[in-house]
Unconditional design. Sequence first.
Length: 195
Amino acid sequence: MRKAETVRKTGETDITLSLDIDGKGESEISSGVGFLDHMLTLFSRHGRFDLKLKCIGDTYVDDHHSTEDIAIALGSAFRKALGDKRGIKRYGDIILPMDEALVLASVDISGRSYIRFTSNFQTEKIGTFDVELLEDFFTSFAENAGITLHIRQLDGRNSHHIAEAMFKAVARALRKAVEIDERAKDEIPSTKGVL
């Protein structure tokens, strides 16, 4: 069973998170940031990852600490749940539409952290959520999951649609990458023998 739990307590946030990579896409999410709750619910459903999350954060300051620390906890849980990564397909990608928005997401579960985030949002906020926090979220997630992640906005006008397409696309690319390759289920998918 590819499951993990993460607890992260700092002077800014108190987070408990559990993840089942081989789930049904069920979620119980209370991040304290409404927009992020919505995005993580989509992430869970489209990745078929069962996700439970509770965060008590200093949102009276702003949403930055909660958003970044949740990404750290989620990335850490992915890394832990995947273990030695034996049998995974390793790579996943998708070009995903959300109405007028179009987003490419590509992932390599390489053990090496890297992100390339290319966007052209036309607003600074989605509701009360700062759009710049999206890149911060995905950067912290990729760094702590130990993955290479490319996210590229190919089209789009509505910031909510673009962000939603990003979360759905990353979830679906990850879903492909973490699947077990039946032809190589006992192998580490690298010529180095380790990821």
